[in-house]
Design a protein around this ligand. Structure first.
Ligand code: UD1
Ligand code: UDP
Length: 355
């Protein structure tokens, strides 16, 4: 069977890597890269380090407003689907590439599989929440990472095609953490295990809003410990736009985005992680590193319920307090599956395409 995987942003390359490997044992896969992320450090380094096959197509949509970016993807994807005629399209996560991939396919009556279905933050001001809801409602196969995700779908009346598979990012982490042991990233930054904090920021609500971004940078400048800050290009752009460069002081070490293996090693050895990323909240939990989430809500609610993650928004005082005091005490549950989600997903696809 012919499967088209549509990916375009950093976390989607990580999610697709193992699935692509599994898929190619039994199916023909074509990879369509939308071009949403195009810098080498957000795209090429992941294809290289995770041995993801070179995309068959790159639409080169580039950065733009949501409407222009999603519209360009829709036009390009439709053209390719008409040409390639896949039996199933696979989309991942919650980006504009996810929404465009699902919408182009469903309009052409091509079945859609959604990896990481059923996640909800219940915050409709997040572009990702809209992408998730719409994609789930267009999908034929919904691969839910957690029981919470299955329950969320049920509340919206979606039960057909829903499969609890576990989380593919958990698979990826288990697979790659051993390889990450070879990393020399701590030596490169001259840091010792558990003697530094790691921070990432890229959420629209934190970057585009000058006050929120300013609060986060001020909090960093007041923290005593060394902070490693691999900076997303969106955040870099908005630091310039809002004129906030002068706020970066103290022990923060700014660096360009880091490759996945080095980044995993930085996460594992961090004392605490501060982030507004979805994937990093999960990875922090799995690696048993306390996580301080720079958001008011999260779709990874289990990490909060278990006491390993705390929501602080962009509140400077809360950020500093939690850097100093947050200490998870409770035992973790096993919420992200058994590390075999990718294989389960491909088995379900195989049975589906045989129907
Ligand atoms: C996108 C996703 C977000 C995901 C994130 C992963 C949407 C709506 N957002 O956010 O859900 O968590 O990817 O990292 O799909 N830029 C570059 N180089 C690049 C790509 C982007 O410089 O290769 C800059 C551009 O200035 C661009 C900005 O980053 O305007 C934002 O990029 P965009 O892809 O629109 O959204 P992200 O913030 O990356
Ligand atoms: N990541 C990375 N290098 C970095 C920052 C993040 O490899 O400098 C990885 C991280 O380990 C995780 C994924 O990128 O697997 C998360 O992507 P991101 O935070 O961009 O998006 P989100 O998960 O919020 O959609």
């Amino acid at each position: 069977m012919k499967i088209a995987s549509i990916i375009g942003a950093r976390p989607q390359f990580i999610k697709a890597a193992l699935i692509s490997k599994e898929l190619r044992k039994e199916h023909d896969e074509i990879i369509i890269h939308t071009g949403q992320h195009y810098d080498d450090e957000l795209s090429k380094i992941f294809f290289d380090s995770l041995n993801i096959p070179k995309p068959d197509y790159n639409l080169g949509v580039d950065s733009s407003s949501h409407g222009i970016q999603t519209g360009k993807m829709l036009i390009g994807i439709e053209e390719l689907l008409l040409k390639e005629k896949p039996d199933l399209v696979l989309v991942y996560g919650d980006t504009n590439s996810t929404l465009a991939g699902a919408l182009a396919s469903v309009k052409l009556h091509i079945s859609v599989g959604h990896v990481e279905a059923g996640l909800r933050s219940f915050d409709r001001s997040m572009p990702e929440e809209i992408n998730r809801i719409l994609t789930d409602h267009m999908s034929d196969l919904l691969f839910a990472p957690t029981e919470t995700a299955v329950a969320n779908l049920k509340k919206e009346g979606i039960t057909n095609g829903v499969h609890l598979t576990g989380d593919v990012m958990y698979d990826a982490l288990l697979h790659n953490i051993k390889i990450a042991e070879e990393s020399k990233i701590l030596e490169q930054f001259n840091i010792e295990p558990k003697q530094y904090l790691l921070i990432t920021v890229h959420r629209q609500s934190n970057t585009d809003d000058a006050e929120n971004l300013s609060n986060i940078l001020e909090a960093l400048s007041e923290i005593e410990e060394k902070v490693i800050f691999p900076i997303h290009p969106r955040t870099k752009k908005f630091i310039d736009i809002h004129g906030l460069k002068r706020k970066i002081k103290g022990n923060a070490v700014l660096t360009k985005p880091i490759g996945y293996l080095d980044f995993l090693w930085l996460e594992k050895n961090a004392k605490k992680i501060l982030t507004d990323s979805g994937g990093i909240q999960k990875e922090a939990y799995i690696l048993k590193v306390p996580c301080i989430t720079l958001r008011e809500n999260t779709e990874w609610i289990e990490t909060i319920e278990d006491g390993w993650n705390v929501l602080v928004g962009a509140d400077k005082k809360e950020i500093i307090e939690n850097v100093n005091e947050f200490a998870p005490k409770t035992k973790q549950r096993n919420v992200f599956g058994d590390g075999k989600a990718s294989k389960k997903i491909v088995d379900i696809i195989t049975s589906f395409t045989k129907l």
